[in-house]
Design a protein. Structure first.
Length: 186
């Protein structure tokens, strides 16, 4: 069995199905936090559980996660990195997490240039969402990836991205694909 759909037109990120899976507070927090980041001129992209939903596996979540560029942070002369004033950390009682991009993750900076706007919010490309889930140690992130594969994620597209940008994660991704195939066969 193969989950790759190389002939299929690349699906667009779509947050509409996510609206049915999350609370109104989480939805409003996502919209308002994105707007606040826009107002600050901070390039950002939705990642985490909400982005997983936009790419095909809507599920409930209690937080909003954004990948942000370096303009979200201030580097002091003492070598400290601090949050820029106005950076949202909570909206409507919902945690808003901002993920910074490490020096060796230039591919994530490029992902900020390739966002798709859905419901007024920039959503990270599928490959960047998968990468961030792969580097996470949490088991729920592994489950998200299994569900994304089962939902029809273009596995070949992800493989190509990982080969180019994070070859050390290829084995981990292939384990996810095998697990999804086993789940599908049950």
């Amino acid at each position: 069995m193969t989950f790759s759909r190389p002939d299929a037109k690349r699906p667009r990120a779509d947050l509409r199905p996510v609206a049915e899976a999350v609370s109104e507070r989480v939805w409003k927090a996502m919209i308002d936090a994105s707007r606040a980041l826009d107002d600050l001129g901070i390039r950002h992209a939705l990642v985490g559980g909400l982005a997983v939903g936009a790419h095909g596996w809507p599920r409930a979540t209690k937080e909003v996660d954004f990948l942000v560029d370096d303009s979200a942070w201030i580097k002091t002369e003492a070598g400290l990195v601090v949050m820029r004033a106005g950076l949202p950390v909570e909206a409507h009682g919902v945690a808003v997490d901002t993920l910074s991009i490490r020096d060796e993750e230039d591919h994530l900076r490029k992902a900020l240039d390739a966002t798709e706007i859905s419901e007024g919010v920039p959503v990270a490309p599928l490959e960047a969402v998968v990468y961030l889930k792969l580097v996470s140690p949490r088991s729920k992130d592994r489950l998200d990836l299994i569900q994304l594969v089962l939902a029809g994620t273009d596995v070949e597209r992800v493989r190509t991205y990982l080969q180019k940008n994070a070859p050390d994660l290829q084995v981990k991704f292939e384990e996810i694909v095998r697990t999804a195939e086993q789940e599908e066969d049950r």
